[in-house]
Ligand binder design. Structure first.
Ligand code: FES
Ligand code: FES
Length: 166
């Protein structure tokens, strides 16, 4: 089936298998290998991208179900040679070891901060539907809980996200 995707600002028309996931299309057809395949089952978050501004596990997203979508991957976050503030904060805080989870962590953090700004509560938010919650460490941990780091870099990931948002 032919679909069109705007990926990191560039439009692509692609003939794809109806069973192909966005993760495989990005990595194998568009050579965007920043998004990683960890579990391929929606459990690790290594494949997190932004679909129409919302974070999503691309290993669970069928490409044909996202015809016309606007996709942003970690490769699309930097602008005019400048790293995205979250990318810079991850480097500054040494918030990774092997780096395998890092593209997903950063895309997820971008989506999570938008959700917070939009006033979406999390399971640990002190109130529901009453404006933006404070970005406490507890909020960061809960909202980022879908992104697993096998190297255990969480101690630096949390302050990196907190700093980039301050
Ligand atoms: S590879 Fe998609 S969640 Fe693990
Ligand atoms: S830095 Fe290695 S898995 Fe997170």
């Amino acid at each position: 089936m032919e679909i069109s995707l705007t990926v990191n600002g560039e439009e692509h028309r692609l003939e794809v298998d109806t069973r192909a996931t966005l993760l495989d299309v990005l990595r194998e057809r568009l050579d965007l290998t920043g998004s990683k395949k960890g579990c391929d089952h929606g459990q690790c978050g290594a494949c997190t991208i932004l679909i129409d501004g919302m974070r999503a596990n691309s290993c669970l997203a069928l490409a044909v179900a996202h015809d016309g979508a606007e996709i942003v991957t970690v490769e699309g976050l930097a602008r005019d040679g400048e790293l995205h503030p979250l990318q810079a904060a991850f480097i500054e805080h040494d918030a990774f070891q092997c780096g395998y989870c890092t593209p997903g962590q950063i895309c997820s953090a971008v989506g999570m901060l938008s959700e917070l700004d939009a006033g979406w509560p999390s399971a640990v938010s002190p109130h529901l539907g009453a404006g933006r919650s404070d970005l406490t460490d507890e909020e960061i941990r809960e909202r980022m809980s879908g992104n697993i780091c096998r190297c255990g870099a969480y101690m630096n990931i949390v302050p990196a996200i907190a700093d980039s948002a301050s």
